[in-house]
Design a protein around this ligand. Structure first.
Ligand code: C5P
Length: 222
């Protein structure tokens, strides 16, 4: 059976995962967070002490990694060689490593295959950077969700402050700009809006407004 899939792409901090999770819950779809898979690969390379600049070493290390997705109470869990690492992949260190290694083809090929498999099995809302352009080019609904750098940095700052972590907003902005640049200018599957994607700028929109726009698109194209 063909499944109905929704692709959400956009830069870091645009609110993709919050929105995708909420929309998935209301639609009864499975939420697939592809960033978590890149983070899991990154954690493996960090543990192995692999230099992210060494493309050959990263490529060779891909062969020994098994990334599996499972769901516990509807929440995605990622397993790295059988170990549930979902609680270990949210640090800045892992995020930076993920951003550095996500440009390499062997890493992408491995994860894109897994992502396509998941979308074949269920109705999914999948978020990432290349979902509408590479992973699910046939998805009937594609969203490109963005927000200004200052809004995204402000959200990140608040998120950290809520967890009791002090941060420098200017540093966060610089980090976001660097990550955007890397994601948008890499050779393989750079972050870009698919031709048939709906552009939503969440800088001035509430969560509910964004979700409503996604539902409207799903109703129209479903
Ligand atoms: O979305 P998140 O910040 O968790 O993703 C971590 C990194 O993984 C991103 O900075 C990006 O470089 C990479 N990524 C990717 N393609 C995806 C999802 C994430 O290249 N589909």
């Amino acid at each position: 059976m063909e499944h109905f899939n929704i692709a959400i792409d956009g830069p870091a901090g645009a609110g993709k995962s919050t929105i995708a999770k909420l929309a998935a819950k209301r639609l009864g779809f499975v939420y697939v967070d592809t960033g978590a898979m890149y983070r899991t690969m990154a954690l493996h390379f960090l543990r192995e002490g692999i230099d992210p600049k060494d493309e050959t070493a990263v490529g060779a290390a891909c062969a020994g990694v098994d990334v599996t997705i499972t769901y516990k109470d509807g929440v995605q869990q990622v397993l790295l060689n059988g170990e549930n690492v979902s609680g270990l992949i949210r640090s800045e260190e892992v995020g930076n490593m993920a951003s550095a290694i996500s440009g390499y083809l062997p890493v992408r090929e491995k994860l894109v295959e897994l992502q396509k498999e998941l979308a074949k099995r269920e109705n999914v809302i999948m978020d990432g950077r290349d979902i509408g352009t590479c992973v699910l080019p046939e998805a009937p609904v594609k969203i490109y969700l963005t927000a200004s750098v200052s809004v995204r940095a402000g959200r990140r700052y608040k998120e950290l402050a809520d967890r009791g972590v002090r941060a420098d907003i200017k540093e966060i902005e610089r980090d976001i700009e660097e990550r955007d640049y890397r994601d948008m200018h890499r050779e393989h599957s750079p972050l870009m809006q698919a031709e048939d994607a709906i552009l939503l700028d969440s800088s001035e929109m509430t969560l509910e407004e964004v979700v409503r726009r996604i539902f409207a698109a799903a109703a129209e194209r479903g």
